[in-house]
Design a protein around this ligand. Structure first.
Ligand code: NA7
Length: 552
């Protein structure tokens, strides 16, 4: 067993972990990063299924902090696919010489807060033990995979994959493929595999609204224009709600004539992107039932116009409101016009059991399959934190802490009382929106708090005023950074109040913890937008960090 000490340990090498590492290193902290996968990428390392693509625009699905890289790093299309995201993250790591701080194939197995020495004792799957002052858990919001509880799951003798743990290579050309799940992932994987496989059956529980992504190559002129306006673009993104790089609607749906409404919806449909349809058309699609129904009518009609077989169209058409995470696609509904692509509607004919050879439905129909794909999502948000043993003050685990408080909560998605100097990236109560700008806001704030706390603690222990932590390894016992329970309560109340003002809580959805059987539903995200979130961070800093116990 090797035991080493670091000022800071970052767990996870996705977008958040990489940036956190970069910032700690810049600050002069002796930092290490561990990652359970064999390389960088986080979610984008594991989710390498066919069709995997970000639906934030390429220009903002990256870091904003390296201006030279922003204007020189190439990308081709409006959106980036998984291999490009992975390549980009690898590039950033090389460019900033971060790989030397990273250790792969190493999982955090346990972390205990040592109150006496104000440090975390971290154990890993490789047998290493680290003592660290700051522990940043960038474990991934969408990475603990969710397998459905379907009888016979283990009896299937064909190939079986979860999209969130996709193999490096697959060959389905002559195979009969079944896909369970049709969320963002299922829609992408079905669209990609339809033309490639012998047959594809979508086992669909609830139909989805999905709009075209509008993906296309960007011209050189468009890229030049983006480069020239980058500062303005980021300013806009940081102050927007979703941060995906799209304008946001300012008018109520019913404030315009029926003809104008139709035109606005049609333009959004042609322009592409689910977020555009939900947030750029009008300002009340997700808050007003009447407005929402207008959007639904338009979307239902589009499905009917696209899908030729009326029975397939019926099964693919949602009757519920448009209030789940908005989805876009590159020809999803069109796949069902292919003779080799069909769907089974589970609400009418549920799966009875998975068999050795396929899927048996309640009406006795058996689908013979060579491959079964689970696009059934994740135990999202808190899933990776509750499966890991992280013990704070008094040996209480994070799971116990959250069980006691009734739901997984934090201050701003990062800070939990009784877990001093342990920070989460994209933890519960984080903003729902484009990942990179959310994570940048969280990391920057964590760095501010750490610097402030170090300064305060040094002043108290050392009358010779050393300035901050930029001068090398930390020596003293150091500060305790810990959110006040009252500030967590206040933030959680804000999260709940915003969510309850929308239509989102009416439907089962991972952002409300309603997608995994047995999980207690709760508001797991801040739906008030990235701009508001950042304002709140600024207020806390300007107010002297009073949402925390006094730094000592
Ligand atoms: P989602 O959005 O949680 O979708 C999961 C899908 O799996 C959805 O269609 C579910 O049906 C379906 N599902 C889940 N359990 C079952 C069972 N037991 N039987 C049948 N079908 C089931 O996960 P994704 O991976 O698509 O997307 C998650 C996020 O990743 C997404 O929001 C992006 O931000 C990236 P349902 O519709 O709930 O009836």
């Amino acid at each position: 067993m090797k035991q080493s000490h670091f000022d800071a340990l970052v767990v996870g090498a996705g977008f958040g972990g990489i940036y956190q590492l970069h910032k700690f290193v810049k600050l002069g902290l002796n930092t290490k990063l561990i990652e359970m996968a064999a390389d960088v990428g986080g979610t984008w390392y594991h989710n390498r299924y066919p069709g995997a693509m970000s639906d934030s625009y390429s220009m903002v699905y990256r870091y904003s902090w390296d201006k030279d890289d922003l204007v020189t790093y190439p990308w081709k299309n409006r959106y980036v696919h998984q291999p490009e995201v992975l390549k980009y993250l690898q590039h950033v790591v090389e460019r900033h010489d971060l790989r030397r701080y990273m250790q792969f194939n190493t999982e955090l197995t346990r972390a205990d807060y040592d109150e006496v020495h104000n440090r975390w004792v971290v154990q890993t799957s490789t047998g290493d033990v680290y003592t660290v002052r700051y522990l940043v858990t960038a474990l991934g919001i969408l990475s603990r995979i969710n397998y459905p509880d379907i009888p016979g799951l283990k009896s299937f003798k064909g190939e079986m994959y979860h999209t969130g743990k996709w193999p490096k290579a697959h060959e389905f050309r002559d195979k009969r493929v079944g896909v369970i799940g049709n969320g963002s992932t299922g829609v992408q994987v079905i669209t990609a595999l339809g033309p490639e496989v012998k047959s594809l059956t979508s086992f669909q529980r609830r139909p989805q609204y999905s709009v075209p992504s509008g993906n296309r190559a960007l011209t050189k002129e468009e890229r030049d224009d983006i480069n020239a306006r980058y500062d303005e673009i980021w300013e806009f993104v940081r102050n927007s709600t979703m941060g995906v790089g799209l304008p946001e609607g300012s008018r109520p749906t019913m404030s315009v004539s029926a003809e104008e409404r139709e035109q606005v919806f049609e333009d959004a449909w042609q322009g592409g992107n689910g977020f555009r349809f939900m947030f750029s058309t009008f300002n009340d699609i997700i808050t007003s039932e009447e407005a929402n129904e207008e959007a639904c009518k338009f979307l239902r009609r589009k499905i009917k116009e696209t899908v030729k077989d009326p029975e397939k169209a019926r099964k693919l058409t949602p009757t519920e409101i448009f209030a789940r995470r908005p989805i876009c696609d590159s020809g999803y509904f069109e796949q069902f016009n292919r003779s080799n692509v069909d769907l089974a509607l589970l609400s009418e004919n549920p799966i009875q059991t998975i068999t050795e050879k396929g899927v048996l439905m309640q009406d006795g129909t058996h689908y013979d399959l060579d491959v079964l794909i689970f696009a059934t999502g994740f135990d999202a948000v808190d899933g990776n934190w509750t499966r890991t043993t992280i013990k704070g003050r008094g040996g209480k685990s994070l799971k116990e802490h959250w069980d006691k408080s009734g739901s997984p909560t934090s201050l701003l998605g990062s800070f939990v009382p009784d877990f001093p100097n342990m920070f989460m990236l994209f933890g519960p109560s984080s903003p729902f929106g484009n990942g990179p700008p959310v994570l940048e806001a969280q990391v920057d704030f964590i760095i501010d708090v750490v610097q402030q706390a170090e300064k305060t603690s040094k002043k108290q222990t050392d009358s010779s005023t050393t300035n901050g932590v930029a001068d090398g390894a930390l020596t003293s016992r150091g500060p305790v950074v810990e959110a006040l329970p009252s500030s967590v309560d206040a933030w959680v109340q804000k999260c709940e109040s915003v969510a309850n003002g929308t239509l989102f809580p009416r439907l089962d959805n991972w952002i409300l913890g309603k997608n995994v059987p047995g999980k207690t539903p709760s508001v797991l995200v801040w739906l008030g937008g990235i701009g508001q979130f950042r304002k709140y961070l600024q207020e806390i800093a300007e107010g002297g960090y009073q949402t925390f116990e006094p730094f000592s």
